[in-house]
Design a protein around this ligand. Structure first.
Ligand SMILES: Cc1cc2nc3c(=O)[nH]c(=O)nc-3n(C[C@H](O)[C@H](O)[C@H](O)COP(=O)(O)OP(=O)(O)OC[C@H]3O[C@@H](n4cnc5c(N)ncnc54)[C@H](O)[C@@H]3O)c2cc1C
Length: 473
């Protein structure tokens, strides 16, 4: 069997690792990756040391079903990167990239030992066509490669240019790698960062780490910052589980938000906690002063209580499963809460939260809400928001919407749709329309409404690997 993997990021590593641990068949694997960041994808290439992974080791394992895999690789390397408040090592993302490289190369070596051919082609795939019972991939260089099974692992989109600033002097459209994009930023300049999510946090802490002394504004419509990680506490959910979600249709006719909230209410009640208090706190995220909320959350890093911890953990474990069963009207209700859900499900690490608070307290950083426009004028940028602002430089740190098609895969995805191999999903992304095609990562159109982290990508990679091998078992 000839397997083609298009894209060589974390999703491809998860897939390859499962192939190596379960693949009894023989054949070939060809990975197509045009960028120099083979196995690291968009997030985990070389960058500043201030660009950290945003989750503790237990949820950064690329081996689905083995939560200790990354921690075991990290070993004593983690000692130099301990986040004191979290009590866990948080390494620069480039170091995590070494783990992905190591895992992929080990998997490739194991497959070769068992007789597989494993090759990397440093070119993009721009189209796929059916030909004589096989799928033929066309690369950007015009070469053709035939395959029996194709996995699409092309990642997510790039920051959208909401204010049409592309090409304006002083505008950075895509912030990564920050080692390059921040290089020319004068330390005393007035900088506006578009966005208040995790990418914006990366930009602000990296500016600070480079000794920036000018003012920094984080601007967005909501002004909502990510929540702050709490120190992990072991809790094995008894109610918010896949089994209990699967049983909901028999008990209640369908899976609804009310049904899921009932499971969470029971989970919290067992621990003597009140779901209504947690929900009230989440609703307040829209209106509460972001700096006051940040200060409060930093104070709660070590606080006991399972509420936010369980909701955050299960949003990545049970959440994707529940999402697929959820009634359409409730999916729309959740989509309307996208900002709050993302800020809860993907919190910022304490070391960054503390740094941000220091910058707020020093008066050098501010959050500007209600931005309606940004224009480039003669002397710099003008930000239309609650109270007009000006800036010398604008850095775009808007997160792309989930299921966005990456620019580098636009012609490929169009060709898959035109060949009838994939179909666009009404909520974004694509779904396979042929059993030989597998979509792994954020492009998967039937996936959850929040962007996947490593656990989601690893689970999808493992699932795709099993589906690929299924016909020859
Ligand atoms: C900046 C950033 C930081 C993140 N940090 C974390 C974190 O700390 N923890 C966490 O859990 N999650 C994090 N995430 C979530 C992230 O989605 C996953 O961690 C993971 O990187 C996704 O892997 P992927 O392989 O799907 O996509 P990517 O890593 O983006 O890899 C996709 C690859 O496909 C290639 N490609 C695209 N088009 C083509 C084509 N036409 N032909 C061939 N190749 C192509 C690209 O060059 C790229 O290398 C982060 C995401 C971003 C964007």
């Amino acid at each position: 069997m000839d397997i083609a993997i298009i894209g060589g990021g974390a999703a491809a590593v998860g897939l390859l690792d499962t192939l190596a641990t379960t693949g009894r068949a023989h054949g070939s694997v060809t990975v197509f990756e045009p960028s120099p960041g083979l196995w690291r994808g968009r997030p985990y290439g070389p960058d500043l040391d201030s660009v950290l992974v945003n989750a503790p080791p237990a949820i950064m394992s690329i081996r689905h079903g083995d939560a200790g895999h990354y921690a075991a690789w990290l070993g004593a390397r983690g000692d130099a990167h301990l986040d004191e408040r979290l009590g866990q090592p948080l390494v620069p993302r480039a170091v995590y990239g070494e783990y992905l490289e190591h895992t992929a190369e080990k998997a490739a070596a194991e497959l070769r030992e068992r007789g597989w051919r494993v090759e990397v082609v440093a070119a993009p795939v721009v189209g796929v066509a059916r030909s004589g019972g096989r799928l033929v991939l066309r690369t950007g260089g015009g070469d053709e490669h035939a395959a029996d099974q194709v996995a699409l692992c092309v990642g997510g989109g790039h920051p959208h240019d909401h204010y049409g600033l592309e090409g304006a002097p002083g505008f950075v459209g895509d912030p990564y790698p920050l080692a390059r994009t921040l290089e020319g930023v004068p330390p005393e300049s007035d900088v506006v960062v578009i966005g208040t999510g995790l990418t914006a946090v990366d930009v602000v802490v990296s500016l600070a780490a480079r000794g920036h002394t000018g003012r920094i504004g984080m601007v967005s419509r909501t002004g909502m910052l990510p929540h702050v990680w709490q120190r992990p506490e072991f809790h094995q959910p008894r109610h918010v589980t896949a089994e209990r979600v699967r049983a909901l249709p028999d008990l209640q006719g369908e899976v609804t938000l009310a049904g899921l909230a009932g499971l969470l209410r029971a989970e919290l009640a067992d621990a003597g906690e009140d779901l209504d208090a947690l929900l009230a706190d989440l609703r307040a995220a829209r209106t509460e002063d972001p700096v006051r909320r940040l200060r409060r959350q930093i104070a709660e890093i070590d606080a006991p209580g399972i509420g936010r911890r369980v909701l955050q953990q299960t949003s990545h474990t049970v959440g994707p499963f529940a999402w697929r069963l959820l009634a359409d009207r409730d999916r729309d209700r959740l989509r309307a809460e996208f900002r709050t859900a993302t800020s809860l499900a993907s919190p910022m690490v304490p070391v960054n939260a503390v740094r941000l608070l220091e910058l707020f307290d020093s008066g050098r950083l501010r959050v500007v809400r209600g931005v309606t426009g940004i224009e480039r004028g003669a002397g710099g940028f003008r930000v239309d928001a609650d109270g007009a602002q000006t800036a010398d430089l604008v850095i775009n740190a808007v997160n792309p919407p989930p299921h966005a098609v990456p620019r580098a895969a636009a012609s490929l995805v169009a060709s898959l749709a035109a060949e009838g191999l994939a179909a666009f999903h009404p909520a974004g992304g694509v779904v396979p329309a042929d059993p030989r095609l597998h979509v792994v990562g954020d492009l998967a159109g039937d996936g959850p409404f929040i962007t996947s982290g490593i656990p989601g990508v690893a689970a999808q990679g493992a699932m795709a690997s099993r589906a690929i091998l299924a016909p020859v078992r």
